[in-house]
Design a protein around this ligand. Structure first.
Ligand code: FMN
Length: 401
């Protein structure tokens, strides 16, 4: 693990007491730590505690003539190789998301070129609040910023839900994740594209899926260090470098191909394929001739690849996709529970220019106790963010045992 110069920002939340332990763990792991506290934080823990644990003076004020004699805030911003704000209060997230620089911590965050990691901590209603979520969406969209947590569970105020700061040990574990990619050493199986369900030798039932999202995820996962197998329906796309492709046609092939790939070893299974729910009961041996003015096809249910993999005894961490046209969040959460998924990525395919067959997508990701919206953006850019979030949730589950 690479030792870093870490600037720890502590804001005014009850979890500030845990940051004292975090400083101790970071120092023990060999990192250099300097602490900046907001005015709110000082009401919870004294600077003396952090000074003793970090072995460095603690800065609390921006407009401090002595500390700023040498432009201390810029020196701090340049010194930091990583800025970690833990806990990050709702108030800090709001100010930072808006680009404000009205105290030392937000000013240093604005001035630094180092990556900035935020570990939010707040009451569950504050976290769920639509304004907080809008601020979070802005921050997640910022390539300099990563969000770690929040966790869910019992809270200091007696509520239960999302908003707890990740434990200091979990934050340290994330910092120590391999430097060569968040998915290094992990095996991913990703399904992509449509399926084709034959009616006769020349006709089939299919859908508008282009496979672009699945292929973009495969490329992003590969770039993040994973070993990737892409089980792909018929698409007009070139496989990303370094990704193994298993071509399939029908839903039955998709299940067989995905099952075999998962059997070969799979830590994370991501199902983006638009698998046909039904297939013609019979596939005619010869081309069906035009005769009657109308004809009907009897359809039967196809096997459900996603649910089959997710319900296995030792199922991989499973991420589904839900393309909906109405009531997206409700259907997505319902699908996640019904199919026993760890996460679901929901997109509203009724929005013009987004989703199916397009280069852009806007989605909301749901998991037990959390959700994360992603604004409309290119599928490659979105894929990188989804991979980071999936890796995050995967690590959290793994560290929770
Ligand atoms: C007892 C108490 C506990 C609080 N806990 C939190 C908290 O966990 N998270 C949070 O976002 N705000 C919490 N607040 C509110 C913040 O302290 C308040 O929004 C403050 O302005 C944050 O300032 P800062 O972001 O500059 O640190 C708490 C307030 C009190 C009085």
């Amino acid at each position: 693990m690479v030792q870093k110069r870490i600037l720890l920002g502590v804001t005014g939340g009850i979890a500030a007491y845990k940051s004292a332990e975090l400083v101790r763990l970071l120092r023990k792991a060999g990192h250099e730590v300097r602490v900046v506290m907001t005015g709110g934080a000082e009401a919870f823990v004294t600077p003396l505690t952090f000074q003793a644990l970090s072995g460095e003076p603690v800065r609390t004020s921006l407009l401090d003539p002595e500390a700023e004699a040498g432009m201390g805030h810029i020196e701090l911003a340049k010194w930091a190789e990583l800025v970690l704000v833990a806990p990050a209060s709702a108030d800090f997230l709001a100010r930072f998301a808006q680009g404000m620089a009205d105290d030392l911590l937000t000013t240093v965050c604005s001035a630094t070129e180092a990556p900035i990691v935020l570990a939010p901590a707040m009451n569950q209603a504050m976290w769920r609040n639509a304004r907080t979520q809008r601020n979070v969406a802005l921050l997640v969209d910022d390539p300099q910023v990563s969000l770690w947590g929040p966790d869910q569970g019992e809270q200091a105020c007696g509520d239960t839900g999302p908003g707890r700061m990740l434990e200091p040990q979990a934050l340290l574990a994330k910092l120590q994740a391999p430097v060569d990619g968040v998915l290094a050493g992990l095996r991913l199986v990703i399904t992509a594209g449509p399926t084709r369900e034959p009616i006769d030798p020349v006709r089939y039932i299919s859908n508008h899926s282009s496979g672009k999202m699945g292929y973009a995820l495969a490329a992003a996962a590969r770039a993040a260090g994973a070993e990737v197998t892409l089980v792909s329906g018929p698409v007009a796309l070139v496989a990303p470098d370094g990704v193994a492709v298993v071509p399939v046609v029908t839903a039955a092939d998709m299940l067989a191909g995905a099952s075999e790939a998962v059997d070969a070893g799979c830590d994370i299974f991501i199902a983006t394929a638009a698998v046909a729910d039904y297939r013609p009961d019979q596939c005619a041996d010869q081309k069906i001739k035009k005769s009657e003015s109308a004809m009907s096809l009897a359809l039967v249910r196809n096997p459900d690849t996603l649910a089959t993999i997710a319900r296995r005894e030792n199922a991989p961490f499973t991420v589904g996709f839900a393309a909906e046209t109405t009531d997206v969040a409700r259907y997505a959460r319902d699908k996640m529970q019904r199919k026993n998924l760890n996460m679901i990525v929901a997109n509203d395919v009724s929005r013009p220019g987004l989703g199916f067959n397009s280069d852009d997508n806007a989605v909301t990701v749901f998991w037990a106790g959390g959700e994360q919206p992603f604004e409309a953006q290119g599928k490659a850019e979105l894929a990188a963010k989804l991979v980071a979030l999936i890796a995050d949730r995967y690590c959290d589950r793994a560290s929770a045992g």
